[in-house]
Design a protein around this ligand. Structure first.
Ligand code: NBG
Length: 833
């Protein structure tokens, strides 16, 4: 037993009046800390130090100050016994930490000055940081924006995830094709994290269960696993903007016994370390799939591993405060970020019922009141299902628990709600077709007290289609929280010039209250302001153009319109629709119809899932079109086509500020929300888009006149699909479409392999699941309006200013406030006395 600890006085650290040099924010304090860290943490003298040493010394200097805020916040949560959000997400994309933490601490300038006094360029240090690519795209980035906002407005939170040793692959483009290389974000160590070796949990897999009734007649289930490993916590402190602290706790898998001496003694050296290798595999690599489920055993193990560690951790934290488990839901609101952590429903039941012997009904009540579930996709291929034989092999006890939840649920449906057999089979957690599978979205829905979609349209479609029966049954369970983005990361950090101009004009309150941007609206027609606005865009474009030259060797004139399409490559996002238009423009120029044509640079970036043939072919198509156009002197002063490799948060921050036009052209009903749409618009790009995801609400806010709308809406898409859609009809009736389609397979794009793009051609002509042929004409008409508006630069700039002024709704701070009031019922520090 540990002796009771004496009360430790935190005042030195947390008081606003007592100053400690170690955490001081003046230039001199920062300089002193930096040198101390360089000497004592890194063990270097300036003469022998590398740039990486400098970066790390600065990172430690900043981390100390971030920890101060974190410790202060934790103390407050504990003193005031506050309810905490536990955010469970298999993915995070925080982006580089250094510059963001400097901004949050408000010490960017004094740090740059401190470094300058030492002859060091701070910008160069910032560039050293490898970003943690622990996510595939929007879902992971959203989780990181939410951490930023929770810490900014002061929602007590802890975020849990997986510490993938290798994050999303590095994308190289060779001969126009995507090649994947291992991401090495940890190769020089990670100064932002602290390993908590003492915070670790045993995780079990496989084996069987034994049902026993003890001498008192109590029924219990023992799970006898066939393997065990340990999850260890790695903590990264998160600091909100001039705000509060939070923590991102990532789990790494390790062997319980790292070395098998008996095997070693028998001379089996390989076997001696085999367990270590097998265990560590669990957190080795991120599955690089976007919106596509592969049903792989390792993936299920990853999900269970991090969920179990996280729930065991929450239980530990809860009991540490001297509470009983009956009140777990009063102290924690656990949010499931998509279905990836949905196994948490069964795991919490197991922990409560098996490990803590709480009866089923009470456990179920606690469980349902703890969880909220956010759905992020309607794509059928992304709705997770696990085959029953696989599930039984990996998690035999959870299968029993899920059967039990299902059994009780089906009974309730039948006897309390009088549901038909058909309804029962649609709603059950188990799908009996084939070898049988578990529907994780149903498990998450049944096990949560709230279910939300991520935009108004998506939440409606969720209720109408994917979770229709559930929404009929429990209408109050369903709600919407439209996604948002962090204005700190996506404008303050990414676009310092525009940030400066806005702050100079309306003050700095908008960074924490984005609605204040509306004050810019008065300035939209002011010629001086417009000129400053345009000059900034021009500078940002020149900077991106330098970057493009460096990365691809292609020169882009910054006076061209920058038409930007950056996001994961996916058929539903329709990068190929964009390409068809580019080919159309190319053919027009070749025919001499180019008198009034506006010079345009089409900029693409994004990764394709390594096993996704069509997406990879689309990348090849973009680069092939680029090769054709960029070298053709007849065309290349009017058109440029760029594919920037290896899209990441860092790269995105460079691209958004330079965009004139934002392509948000998914087939309506497919993009749950989109967040790139918001990031581009916040940086002053106008949007060309369909009525999909959050575009709908953006257009409502921004106004139809300032948004280029086109295409079928979700209902029309649905209608067409149910009818007799013949994409070939569009080919026959639309001359422009026919020309580009014919060109696509003419071989001109790939003389070495004339049939290369045939799969795209045939899919569009005979199947066209994403209605590209149907939307082509409308896209061209909308683009014609773009060109017209661009012709009047003052008018375009006015619209750009209005776009920014009306983006207030799309701050992730607003989203977090919505989650807090609708789902978590947690007050922010800001709203507390
Ligand atoms: C993605 C959607 C996007 C949405 C993000 C964040 C998945 C499963 N879904 O439209 O496709 O913006 O989630 O909500 O990655």
């Amino acid at each position: 037993m540990m002796k009771e600890r004496k009360a430790i006085n935190f005042d030195l650290l947390t008081s606003k009046t007592i100053k400690s040099k170690r955490i001081g924010l003046s230039k001199n304090d920062i300089k002193d800390s930096f040198l101390e860290n360089l000497f004592f943490h890194i063990g270097r003298v300036p003469k022998g130090a590398t740039i990486m040493d400098y970066y790390q010394a600065l990172a430690y200097t900043v981390r100390d100050r971030v920890f101060k805020e974190f410790v202060t916040t934790v103390k407050r949560i504990s003193d005031e016994d506050l309810r905490v959000v536990a955010y469970l997400s298999a993915e995070y994309l925080p982006g580089p930490h250094l510059a963001n933490n400097l901004l949050s601490l408000g010490i960017t300038e004094q740090t740059a000055a401190a470094m300058a006094e030492l002859g060091i360029d701070m910008e160069e240090l910032i560039l050293q940081e490898e970003e943690p690519g622990l996510g595939n795209g929007g879902l992971g980035r959203l989780a990181s924006c939410y951490l930023d906002s929770m810490a900014t407005i002061g929602i007590p939170s802890i975020a849990y995830g997986i510490r993938y040793e290798f994050g999303i692959f590095e994308q190289h483009i060779k001969n126009g094709l995507q090649e994947e290389y291992t991401d090495k974000w940890l190769q020089y160590g990670n100064p932002w994290e602290v390993v908590r070796s003492e915070i670790g949990y045993n995780i079990m897999f496989g084996g069987s269960t034994k049902h026993v009734t003890d001498s008192n007649g109590n029924f219990t289930v023992n799970w006898i696993p066939d393997s065990k490993l340990r999850g260890t916590a790695y903590d990264t402190p998160i600091l909100g903007y001039k705000g509060y602290g939070s923590i991102l706790r990532l789990w790494r898998a390790e062997a319980i016994d790292t070395f098998d001496f008996s095997a070693y003694n028998k001379g089996d050296y390989y076997k001696a370390v085999q367990e270590k290798i097998l265990s560590e595999n669990i957190t080795k690599v991120l599955y690089p799939n976007d919106e596509q489920e592969t049903g792989k055993e390792l993936r299920l193990k990853q999900q269970y591993f991090f969920v179990s560690c996280s729930l065991q951790d929450l239980i530990r934290l809860h009991l540490l405060q001297g509470r009983i488990l009956d009140t777990l839901h009063e102290k924690f609101a656990i949010q499931l970020n998509d279905t990836h952590p949905a196994i948490a429903v069964a795991e919490l039941m197991r922990l409560l019922v098996d490990d803590y012997q709480i009866d089923w009904d009470k456990s179920w009540n606690i469980t349902q009141r703890c969880f909220g579930y956010t759905n992020h996709t309607l794509l059928p291929e992304a709705l997770e299902k696990w085959s029953i034989p696989l599930f039984r092999r990996v998690l035999p006890r959870h299968l029993e628990i899920i059967y039990e939840i299902n059994h009780r649920f089906v009974q309730e449906l039948k006897y309390q709600h009088g549901c038909s057999d058909e309804q029962l089979s649609r709603m059950a957690l188990i799908d009996h077709s084939g070898e049988g599978s578990i529907r994780m979205a149903h498990l998450a829905t049944v096990g949560s007290h709230k279910v939300n979609g991520v935009s108004a349209l998506h939440s409606e479609l969720l209720k109408k289609h994917v979770l229709y029966d559930f929404a009929q049954l429990w209408p109050d369970k369903f709600c919407n929280v439209t996604n948002g983005i962090s204005p700190r990361r996506f404008i303050a950090l990414s676009n310092p010039l525009l940030t400066g101009l806005i702050t100079e004009t309306i003050g700095s309150g908008w960074l924490t209250d984005l609605k204040e941007l509306s004050k810019l609206e008065n300035m939209a027609e002011d010629p001086t302001f417009q000129n400053k606005w345009m000059a900034i865009k021009q500078t940002n474009k020149a900077s991106l153009s330098d970057h493009i030259k460096l990365e691809t060797g292609i020169s882009v004139d910054p006076s061209m319109m920058f038409d930007v399409h950056v996001k994961r490559i996916h058929e539903y996002k329709r990068q190929h629709l964009n390409v068809l238009n580019i080919l159309h423009l190319y053919l027009q120029i070749k025919k001499g119809n180019n008198k009034d044509m506006i010079p345009m640079a089409f900029i693409f970036a994004g990764k394709a899932a390594p096993g996704y043939f069509m997406a990879k072919l689309i990348i090849k198509l973009i680069t092939a079109v680029g090769d054709l156009i960029n070298q053709d002197t007849e065309v290349n002063d009017k058109l440029k086509v760029i594919f920037l490799p290896d899209f990441s948060v860092k790269k995105a921050q460079h691209i958004y500020p330079a965009a004139d036009l934002s392509e948000q052209i998914s087939m309506a009903g497919k993009e749950a929300s989109g967040t790139g749409n918001m990031k581009l618009s916040l940086n002053g790009a106008l949007t060309i888009g369909t009525l999909d995801g959050a575009n709908v609400e953006m257009m409502e806010e921004i106004g139809m006149d300032n948004f280029f709308l086109f295409g079928l809406n979700a209902e029309e898409v649905q209608h067409k699909k149910q009818g007799n859609y013949k994409p070939g009809d569009h080919y026959v009736h639309n001359l422009h479409l026919r020309e580009v389609m014919d060109f696509l397979i003419s071989g001109a794009l790939s003389p070495e392999n004339p049939k290369l793009f045939q799969p795209i051609y045939e899919q569009l002509l005979y199947d066209d699941p994403y209605m590209i042929m149907a939307d082509f004409e409308s896209y061209l008409i909308s683009r014609a309006k773009v060109y017209e508006e661009w012709g009047n630069q003052s008018n375009w700039t006015k619209k750009s200013i209005i776009n920014v002024a009306r983006m207030g709704k799309f701050s992730s701070d607003r989203s977090i406030q919505d989650y807090s009031s609708l789902i978590w019922k947690i007050d922010s520090f800001q709203n507390r006395p």
